[in-house]
Design a binder for this molecule. Structure first.
Ligand SMILES: [Ca+2]
Ligand SMILES: [Ca+2]
Ligand SMILES: [Ca+2]
Ligand SMILES: [Ca+2]
Length: 262
Protein backbone atom coordinates (compact mmCIF):
# COMPACT_ATOMS: atom_id res chain seq x y z
CA UNK A 1 0.00 0.00 0.00
CA UNK A 2 2.81 2.37 0.93
CA UNK A 3 4.67 1.63 -2.32
CA UNK A 4 1.60 2.39 -4.45
CA UNK A 5 1.19 5.70 -2.66
CA UNK A 6 4.79 6.71 -3.49
CA UNK A 7 4.32 5.85 -7.17
CA UNK A 8 1.14 7.91 -7.40
CA UNK A 9 2.79 10.90 -5.72
CA UNK A 10 5.78 10.65 -8.08
CA UNK A 11 3.52 10.57 -11.13
CA UNK A 12 1.62 13.59 -9.85
CA UNK A 13 4.82 15.64 -9.28
CA UNK A 14 6.15 14.73 -12.73
CA UNK A 15 2.92 15.89 -14.31
CA UNK A 16 3.07 19.17 -12.39
CA UNK A 17 6.65 19.81 -13.50
CA UNK A 18 5.83 19.18 -17.15
CA UNK A 19 2.92 21.61 -17.27
CA UNK A 20 4.50 24.32 -15.11
CA UNK A 21 7.53 26.43 -15.93
CA UNK A 22 10.34 27.45 -13.61
CA UNK A 23 13.03 29.94 -14.62
CA UNK A 24 16.04 29.52 -12.36
CA UNK A 25 14.22 26.82 -10.40
CA UNK A 26 13.38 23.20 -11.13
CA UNK A 27 10.73 23.27 -8.41
CA UNK A 28 8.18 25.99 -9.23
CA UNK A 29 5.43 26.68 -6.70
CA UNK A 30 2.57 24.21 -7.03
CA UNK A 31 0.23 27.20 -7.19
CA UNK A 32 2.05 28.87 -10.10
CA UNK A 33 2.15 28.16 -13.82
CA UNK A 34 5.34 30.25 -13.94
CA UNK A 35 7.85 30.92 -11.19
CA UNK A 36 10.90 33.09 -11.79
CA UNK A 37 13.64 32.57 -9.22
CA UNK A 38 15.45 35.62 -7.83
CA UNK A 39 18.69 33.66 -7.49
CA UNK A 40 21.19 33.42 -10.35
CA UNK A 41 24.32 31.62 -9.14
CA UNK A 42 25.55 33.85 -6.32
CA UNK A 43 23.63 36.88 -7.61
CA UNK A 44 20.08 38.07 -7.03
CA UNK A 45 17.84 39.31 -9.86
CA UNK A 46 14.41 40.88 -10.19
CA UNK A 47 11.49 40.47 -12.58
CA UNK A 48 11.39 43.07 -15.37
CA UNK A 49 7.97 43.78 -16.89
CA UNK A 50 7.69 44.88 -20.52
CA UNK A 51 8.75 48.55 -20.73
CA UNK A 52 7.80 51.19 -23.29
CA UNK A 53 9.32 54.65 -23.45
CA UNK A 54 6.07 56.64 -23.85
CA UNK A 55 2.30 56.32 -23.86
CA UNK A 56 2.48 56.59 -27.66
CA UNK A 57 4.49 53.38 -27.71
CA UNK A 58 2.06 51.89 -25.19
CA UNK A 59 -0.88 52.70 -27.48
CA UNK A 60 0.91 50.95 -30.35
CA UNK A 61 0.33 47.69 -28.46
CA UNK A 62 -3.26 47.86 -29.83
CA UNK A 63 -4.82 45.87 -26.99
CA UNK A 64 -8.51 44.93 -27.40
CA UNK A 65 -11.37 43.65 -25.24
CA UNK A 66 -9.87 40.17 -25.00
CA UNK A 67 -6.59 41.47 -23.54
CA UNK A 68 -7.78 42.48 -20.04
CA UNK A 69 -5.00 42.10 -17.50
CA UNK A 70 -2.17 43.02 -19.84
CA UNK A 71 0.63 44.80 -17.97
CA UNK A 72 3.18 47.38 -19.10
CA UNK A 73 5.52 49.91 -17.54
CA UNK A 74 5.69 53.37 -19.19
CA UNK A 75 9.09 54.90 -18.57
CA UNK A 76 8.59 58.62 -19.11
CA UNK A 77 5.52 58.79 -16.86
CA UNK A 78 6.85 56.27 -14.33
CA UNK A 79 3.55 54.41 -14.41
CA UNK A 80 2.84 50.71 -14.09
CA UNK A 81 -0.36 50.18 -16.08
CA UNK A 82 -2.96 47.48 -16.67
CA UNK A 83 -5.32 47.17 -19.65
CA UNK A 84 -8.99 46.92 -18.59
CA UNK A 85 -10.33 45.95 -22.01
CA UNK A 86 -11.09 49.56 -23.02
CA UNK A 87 -8.22 51.72 -21.76
CA UNK A 88 -5.07 51.62 -19.65
CA UNK A 89 -5.43 52.12 -15.88
CA UNK A 90 -2.48 53.16 -13.75
CA UNK A 91 -1.75 50.69 -10.98
CA UNK A 92 1.09 52.68 -9.48
CA UNK A 93 3.02 55.86 -10.25
CA UNK A 94 6.61 56.06 -9.06
CA UNK A 95 7.10 58.76 -6.44
CA UNK A 96 10.72 59.19 -7.49
CA UNK A 97 12.35 58.82 -10.90
CA UNK A 98 16.05 58.76 -11.60
CA UNK A 99 17.37 61.34 -14.04
CA UNK A 100 20.51 60.73 -16.00
CA UNK A 101 22.99 63.62 -15.92
CA UNK A 102 25.70 62.12 -18.12
CA UNK A 103 25.98 58.80 -19.93
CA UNK A 104 28.68 57.14 -22.01
CA UNK A 105 27.82 53.78 -23.56
CA UNK A 106 30.03 54.23 -26.67
CA UNK A 107 26.91 53.62 -28.78
CA UNK A 108 24.08 56.15 -28.77
CA UNK A 109 24.54 57.81 -25.37
CA UNK A 110 27.74 59.84 -25.65
CA UNK A 111 27.14 62.75 -23.29
CA UNK A 112 29.81 61.91 -20.68
CA UNK A 113 33.02 63.07 -22.37
CA UNK A 114 36.41 61.61 -21.52
CA UNK A 115 40.10 61.56 -22.36
CA UNK A 116 42.38 58.52 -22.43
CA UNK A 117 46.05 57.95 -21.61
CA UNK A 118 47.75 56.55 -23.58
CA UNK A 119 45.87 57.36 -26.79
CA UNK A 120 43.65 54.60 -28.15
CA UNK A 121 45.33 51.95 -30.33
CA UNK A 122 44.10 48.75 -31.94
CA UNK A 123 46.95 46.89 -33.62
CA UNK A 124 47.60 43.19 -34.14
CA UNK A 125 45.39 42.09 -31.24
CA UNK A 126 46.74 44.74 -28.88
CA UNK A 127 43.62 46.69 -28.01
CA UNK A 128 42.99 49.83 -25.96
CA UNK A 129 40.03 51.19 -27.84
CA UNK A 130 36.27 51.34 -28.11
CA UNK A 131 35.31 48.13 -29.87
CA UNK A 132 32.31 45.88 -30.48
CA UNK A 133 34.48 42.79 -29.96
CA UNK A 134 37.92 41.92 -28.65
CA UNK A 135 38.32 39.18 -31.26
CA UNK A 136 37.92 35.41 -31.32
CA UNK A 137 37.94 33.59 -28.01
CA UNK A 138 36.70 36.56 -26.01
CA UNK A 139 33.04 35.65 -25.70
CA UNK A 140 33.42 35.82 -21.88
CA UNK A 141 33.18 39.60 -22.25
CA UNK A 142 29.40 39.49 -22.41
CA UNK A 143 28.17 41.95 -19.78
CA UNK A 144 28.90 44.84 -22.15
CA UNK A 145 26.71 45.62 -25.16
CA UNK A 146 27.38 47.19 -28.54
CA UNK A 147 30.60 49.17 -28.40
CA UNK A 148 32.56 49.23 -25.15
CA UNK A 149 35.96 50.18 -23.78
CA UNK A 150 38.07 47.12 -24.60
CA UNK A 151 41.43 46.02 -23.18
CA UNK A 152 43.66 43.27 -24.54
CA UNK A 153 47.42 42.80 -24.22
CA UNK A 154 48.01 46.29 -22.87
CA UNK A 155 51.73 45.65 -22.29
CA UNK A 156 52.82 45.96 -25.91
CA UNK A 157 55.04 47.99 -28.27
CA UNK A 158 52.07 49.20 -30.33
CA UNK A 159 51.07 52.14 -28.15
CA UNK A 160 50.84 50.53 -24.73
CA UNK A 161 53.29 49.25 -22.15
CA UNK A 162 53.47 47.99 -18.57
CA UNK A 163 51.50 51.01 -17.41
CA UNK A 164 48.05 51.80 -16.17
CA UNK A 165 45.86 52.72 -19.12
CA UNK A 166 43.50 55.39 -17.92
CA UNK A 167 40.15 56.77 -19.01
CA UNK A 168 39.29 60.06 -17.31
CA UNK A 169 35.74 61.35 -17.45
CA UNK A 170 35.01 65.06 -17.21
CA UNK A 171 33.27 66.78 -14.32
CA UNK A 172 29.51 66.53 -14.08
CA UNK A 173 27.47 68.96 -11.98
CA UNK A 174 25.36 67.05 -9.46
CA UNK A 175 24.16 69.97 -7.33
CA UNK A 176 20.77 69.90 -9.08
CA UNK A 177 19.93 66.39 -7.85
CA UNK A 178 19.88 64.46 -4.62
CA UNK A 179 21.18 60.93 -4.12
CA UNK A 180 23.69 61.29 -6.96
CA UNK A 181 25.28 58.07 -8.18
CA UNK A 182 28.01 57.01 -10.56
CA UNK A 183 27.75 53.55 -12.07
CA UNK A 184 29.51 51.48 -14.71
CA UNK A 185 29.65 47.88 -15.90
CA UNK A 186 32.86 45.85 -15.91
CA UNK A 187 33.70 42.41 -17.24
CA UNK A 188 37.20 41.13 -16.49
CA UNK A 189 38.42 37.75 -17.71
CA UNK A 190 41.27 35.74 -16.15
CA UNK A 191 43.41 38.59 -14.83
CA UNK A 192 46.71 37.30 -13.38
CA UNK A 193 48.96 38.65 -10.69
CA UNK A 194 49.92 42.14 -11.87
CA UNK A 195 46.76 42.63 -13.94
CA UNK A 196 44.68 45.17 -12.03
CA UNK A 197 41.76 47.57 -12.36
CA UNK A 198 41.48 50.63 -10.14
CA UNK A 199 39.32 53.74 -10.05
CA UNK A 200 39.22 57.10 -8.35
CA UNK A 201 36.41 59.55 -7.71
CA UNK A 202 37.07 63.31 -7.63
CA UNK A 203 34.74 65.52 -5.57
CA UNK A 204 35.10 69.10 -6.80
CA UNK A 205 38.48 68.09 -8.27
CA UNK A 206 39.74 66.62 -5.00
CA UNK A 207 40.83 63.00 -5.44
CA UNK A 208 39.20 60.59 -3.00
CA UNK A 209 41.95 57.98 -3.27
CA UNK A 210 42.52 55.14 -5.68
CA UNK A 211 40.41 52.06 -5.07
CA UNK A 212 41.38 48.63 -6.36
CA UNK A 213 38.38 47.13 -8.15
CA UNK A 214 40.15 44.05 -9.53
CA UNK A 215 43.33 42.63 -8.03
CA UNK A 216 44.27 39.99 -10.59
CA UNK A 217 45.63 36.66 -9.36
CA UNK A 218 45.40 33.12 -10.67
CA UNK A 219 43.25 33.82 -13.73
CA UNK A 220 40.67 35.78 -11.74
CA UNK A 221 37.43 36.68 -13.54
CA UNK A 222 34.67 38.97 -12.34
CA UNK A 223 31.82 40.90 -13.91
CA UNK A 224 29.34 43.29 -12.40
CA UNK A 225 27.98 46.80 -12.06
CA UNK A 226 29.71 49.14 -9.66
CA UNK A 227 27.45 51.79 -8.09
CA UNK A 228 29.10 54.63 -6.17
CA UNK A 229 27.16 57.02 -3.92
CA UNK A 230 28.16 60.69 -4.16
CA UNK A 231 27.80 62.81 -0.98
CA UNK A 232 25.21 65.58 -1.13
CA UNK A 233 27.86 68.20 -0.39
CA UNK A 234 29.56 67.62 -3.78
CA UNK A 235 28.95 70.09 -6.63
CA UNK A 236 30.99 68.44 -9.41
CA UNK A 237 32.06 64.83 -9.65
CA UNK A 238 34.28 62.94 -12.05
CA UNK A 239 35.74 59.46 -12.37
CA UNK A 240 38.98 57.96 -13.62
CA UNK A 241 39.47 54.27 -14.31
CA UNK A 242 42.84 52.61 -14.82
CA UNK A 243 43.70 49.17 -16.17
CA UNK A 244 47.09 47.42 -16.27
CA UNK A 245 47.28 44.04 -17.99
CA UNK A 246 49.66 41.91 -20.02
CA UNK A 247 49.46 39.03 -22.51
CA UNK A 248 48.12 35.58 -21.71
CA UNK A 249 44.47 34.93 -22.56
CA UNK A 250 43.08 37.72 -20.41
CA UNK A 251 41.11 40.78 -21.42
CA UNK A 252 38.40 43.13 -20.15
CA UNK A 253 35.48 45.31 -21.20
CA UNK A 254 33.85 48.36 -19.58
CA UNK A 255 30.58 50.01 -20.55
CA UNK A 256 27.62 52.17 -19.52
CA UNK A 257 29.39 54.85 -17.49
CA UNK A 258 26.73 57.15 -16.07
CA UNK A 259 25.97 59.84 -13.54
CA UNK A 260 22.43 60.07 -12.26
CA UNK A 261 20.33 61.17 -9.35
CA UNK A 262 16.80 62.17 -8.46
CA1 LIG B 1 27.91 49.94 -25.14
CA1 LIG C 1 31.42 37.95 -18.66
CA1 LIG D 1 45.35 35.16 -17.38
CA1 LIG E 1 47.92 38.76 -17.90
Amino acid sequence: MKRIYVVIVTLFISNVNVSQVGIGTTNPSHAAMLEVSAISGTDYKGLMPPRVATQTERDAINATSIDSGLLVFVENTGTFEIWNGIFWETIYTLSTQAQTLAFQDFDTNLSWNYTVTPAFYNTAGDIWDTVASLGSGTSAIDLVSGYFLGCRDLNNPNGGGNIFHEIAFVNVAVSGVVNARIAFDYDVFEFDNGDDVRYELFYDDVGQGQVVLINGAGDYSEEGTLILNIPGSVTNVRLTLGIIQNGDADFAGFDNFRVYGQ
